[in-house]
Design a protein around this ligand. Structure first.
Ligand code: C5P
Length: 244
């Protein structure tokens, strides 16, 4: 299987799903960022994208995913009433992982799908694929979405002098959703605050705690909105998707 194909690498598209009748996972959506880099003058999760708040695109995908029941959204303190009915709202923390921990405190299921509201192009199929794969792999603590790297990546020192060219075949651009065994994520988040503050994803904390993390190849279309340009690209992709 070539690593650059992201359409279901482990399950053929025609194979029936093997998900339990009842949703196996809950979801925590991290939406408590300030959105400073976007310069929208307010939290990124509520920036308008294709006529609705950025957060709502992810909420729709999770509502449609068969593998997910309860959804908890971590938003900036005071914005809890901006989360639509059907999802629970909690006040997020100072860092992304603290926001995830606040959401996780409300999760009762054995599995949890953690997702950044900043990725509005997530699909129900991707969510279900990730949950299904974790159910199939009892040895794993997490399954995470990631796209193959297409650029050549180099490491450079302070003077911008190149010290290493990485082997691209082994590199992945990590995305969300990331699906965890809830107990493994809880344990990983129970670490010193500096590590939590520095974590750029939750899988990293699970890896550090010795948990096995598996990659599920996914499309680069599941992009993260950070800048105005990302917002424009996401708008175009969503419009194309809606147009069929
Ligand atoms: O800032 P960045 O885009 O990396 O944030 C990734 C995700 O984490 C976003 O969806 C953002 O809302 C969320 N976040 C959070 N709490 C924070 C910081 C970021 O929920 N304190």
């Amino acid at each position: 299987m070539p690593r650059h194909t992201w359409t279901s690498c482990w399950r053929s598209a025609s194979a029936p799903r093997r998900l339990p009748d009842q949703p196996a996972a809950s979801a925590v959506i991290a939406a408590a960022g300030s959105g400073e880099r976007l310069g929208a003058g307010g939290p990124k999760a509520f920036v308008q994208l294709g006529g609705r708040a950025l957060l709502h695109w992810s909420l729709d995908a999770f509502a449609e995913a068969k593998s997910v029941g309860a959804v908890v959204v971590a938003v900036p303190g005071g914005a809890e009433n901006r989360v639509p009915d059907g999802a629970a709202a909690v006040a997020g923390g100072a860092s992304r992982s603290e926001s995830v921990a606040a959401g996780l405190a409300r999760v009762e299921s054995e599995l949890v799908a953690v997702h950044d509201a900043a990725r509005p192009l997530v699909t129900p199929e991707l969510i279900d694929d990730l949950v299904e794969k974790l159910i199939d792999r009892p040895d794993a603590a997490a399954v995470i979405a990631a796209a193959p790297i297409t650029d050549t990546i180099k490491r450079a020192g302070e003077a911008h002098e190149v010290t290493e060219t990485m082997n691209r075949d082994e590199l992945w651009a990590v995305q969300t959703p990331q699906v965890f065994r809830s107990a493994a994520l809880r344990e990983a988040l129970d670490t010193d605050p500096e590590r939590i503050a520095a974590a750029t994803d939750d899988a990293m904390l699970v890896e550090e705690a010795g948990g096995k993390v598996l990659i599920h190849p996914s499309s680069p279309e599941n992009l993260k909105v950070t800048t105005r340009l990302d917002l424009r690209i996401a708008e175009l992709l969503l419009a194309a998707r809606e147009a069929g």
